[in-house]
Ligand binder design. Structure first.
Ligand code: ADP
Ligand code: ASP
Ligand code: MG
Length: 472
């Protein structure tokens, strides 16, 4: 089998964790599988890089960050690479990459302008520091390995901060670069999160994007399986941080995985499933801290015996934009014009709801984009505002809570359970949306109600119990 396995930030967060990651990759290779690893940056590193870039753009740049990053990676090299020549080579590589990072930040502190392109060049450095260490750790354990920058494999669009792979070119490059290594029995260690445009400019796939990288590389190589090694026992019935009694879902379908990731289950980047699904490549989510646990398997059929609602998620950091006014009734085109504005601003709409009285439309977007979108809407709909057709356009920070499951479709009574549970918990629902796929009911609640709402729904559907005991 050809397995592409991705290690997340906490799974490569220290020398000990990188040693474990190397052991897990080697164990699969020893069973006769061809293994490609994809690594995230060590935990916390991407945040640090982004913070450094933001500070530099404000004119605040000190060499402390470089030293801090070097120190953290050097500690790993000292612990994991006994051979002095190999250790020196790895540290020189890390130093070269930090040099580039420092130069970029220094330039930024002069020009004071952080473009998305520059932010990608800086925030993508973390994976480029981690890959040489993971590879050296595999090498030090006696299995051949090379670090490979995904800029040599994944060709993307120029959407900095959220680039999309161009699969034909990616396939060609990935196969040409990785197949010979695999044939020679080596384990390539590919940097997650990053790619490059056809002109070779570094791009990132968006925060948490290393999962997506693994899926892209898996699809490009026609892998047999894609394994996501993380810090929990797979995809669970809720974020264990919100619901301590959440349970691992042994088997879910591609559509459920996709929906859960889209609606806030951070364990998978929301685009991860797309490349895998197109080629029907099974995806496993496994715990590198508890590798004997079978985790979650994502497949076409999922678990047809499981009841309606499988999991409950929450998206935070979003805002509800409301356009309201009794005079909106019957005036054609307001909705179309509003969404043209949203599209022009490049904002992604997570959920839409319109009351049938037509005097209110509301939708949810990221809070980062809300002030810009509200301003643009007020400008574009100025005439309707001045004539009183629209009374106000507001943006308000909220959370979206969603109940997800393939077999919600056609199962009556789910909405009653959802609203009964939220009502009993005293949680006010501001807007509701159910996609026509009927795999999801999502609700807008106050920011502070996200965790209580998730817990109330988890309890109402008895998701802490094994499937047969849970209610549909
Ligand atoms: P990695 O660094 O391995 O990519 P992430 O932090 O991105 O890990 O994702 C794993 C985290 O996702 C878990 O630690 C957990 O807090 C969170 N999470 C949110 N929702 C879920 C869910 N439904 N199932 C499992 N984990 C979840
Ligand atoms: N290191 C990147 C991030 O923190 C990508 C990832 O970890 O998946 O967003
Ligand atoms: Mg992640």
């Amino acid at each position: 089998m050809l397995i592409v396995m991705k290690f997340g930030g906490t799974s490569v967060g220290s020398a000990e964790r990188i040693a474990q990651a190397a052991d897990l990759a080697i164990a699969s290779a020893k069973k006769g599988h061809q293994v490609v690893t994809v690594t995230s940056a060590m935990s916390g590193v991407t945040n640090l890089l982004i913070e450094a870039a933001t500070n530099a753009a404000r004119g605040q740049w000190t060499t402390d960050v470089r030293q801090q990053l070097f120190g953290r990676h050097e500690k790993v090299a000292d612990a994991l690479i006994p051979d002095p020549a190999r250790r020196t080579a790895a540290l020189e590589e890390i130093d070269r990459r930090l040099d580039r990072f420092e130069k970029l930040c220094y330039g930024l502190s002069m020009v004071h302008e952080l473009t998305p392109r520059l932010l990608d060049a800086i925030s993508g450095t973390g994976e480029m520091l981690a890959a040489p260490l993971v590879s050296a750790a595999i090498g030090a354990r006696g299995t051949a390995s090379s670090a490979v920058d995904a800029t040599e494999l994944i060709v993307t669009t120029e959407q900095f901060g959220g680039a999309e792979p161009l699969m034909d070119a990616t396939r060609e490059k990935t196969a040409a670069r990785l197949r010979p290594m695999l044939t020679a029995g080596a384990i390539p260690v590919v940097t997650g999160f990053i790619g490059a445009t056809a002109d070779g400019v570094l791009t990132t796939l968006g925060r948490g994007g290393s999962d997506y990288s693994a899926s892209i590389v898996g699809a490009a190589l026609d892998a047999d399986e894609i394994w996501i090694w993380t810090d929990v026992d797979g995809v669970m019935t809720a974020n264990p941080g919100d619901v301590p009694e959440a349970r691992t879902l042994a088997e879910i379908s591609y559509s459920e995985a996709s929906e859960l990731a889209y609606y806030g289950a951070k364990v998978l980047h929301y685009k991860t499933i797309i490349p895998a699904f197109r080629q029907r490549i099974p995806v496993r989510i496994l715990n590198s801290f508890n590798p004997s646990h079978t985790g979650t398997r994502v497949s076409v059929e999922g678990d047809p015996s499981a009841p309606g609602v499988k999991a409950v998620t929450a998206i935070r950091g979003v805002s509800l934009i409301t356009i309201s006014g009794t005079g909106m009734q019957g005036i054609p085109g307001i909705v179309a014009r509003a969404f043209d504005v949203v599209a022009d601003e490049g904002a992604n709409v997570l959920m839409i709801s319109q009351a049938s009285s037509e005097n209110n439309i509301c939708f949810v977007i990221s809070t980062n984009e809300a002030p810009r979108v509200v301003k643009a809407l007020r400008a574009a709909l100025e005439i309707d505002l001045s004539r009183g057709h629209i009374e106000e356009i507001t943006g308000q920070p909220v959370a979206v809570v969603a109940a997800v499951g393939d077999r919600m479709r056609g199962t009556p009574g789910i909405a009653a359970t959802v609203f009964g549970a939220l009502g009993a918990a005293g949680i006010n629902v501001t807007a509701i949306s159910q996609g026509s796929s009927e795999r999801n009911i999502s609700m807008v609640v106050a920011e502070g109600d996200a965790a209580p709402a998730v817990r109330a729904l988890h309890q109402a559907f008895r998701l802490h119990l094994a499937p047969a005991a849970a209610v549909s």
